[in-house]
Design a binder for this molecule. Structure first.
Ligand SMILES: [Zn+2]
Length: 107
């Protein structure tokens, strides 16, 4: 996927206007391929949001609904949902889920 960066820069140096679109983070909320680097090289970045499928607020995350750990799982409805920061839950390994839970707050 990183091969796109030299291609884009070559086009830019040829005077072409290059417009790209893509997700900047993975289902695990990690930088997604070349997109963060392309954003850093861009003259202009417009970061869009969707609508959270839980509460309706602006959603900046992609919630994977299945348990696959593959970086890319191609699919449509039923595999991903737009989620806001509050409702986004990065992939959690079921074997480690107890370690991910926050401790109860003492009263
Ligand atoms: Zn939400």
């Amino acid at each position: 996927m990183e091969a796109v960066i030299p291609l884009v820069m070559e086009l830019v140096h040829l005077g072409k206007r290059v417009i790209l679109g893509g997700l900047d983070t993975t289902f695990a909320n990690e930088p997604f391929g070349p997109v963060p680097n392309l954003m850093a090289l861009a003259d202009e970045v417009t970061k869009l949001s969707a609508v959270c499928m839980v509460c309706g607020n602006p959603a900046i995350h992609t919630q994977r609904l299945g348990q696959s750990q593959e970086l890319v799982v191609v699919g449509a409805a039923g595999l991903y949902e737009a989620r806001c920061r509050e409702h986004f839950q990065p992939f959690v390994d079921e074997n480690q889920s107890e370690q991910m839970e926050l401790p109860a707050v003492a009263q």
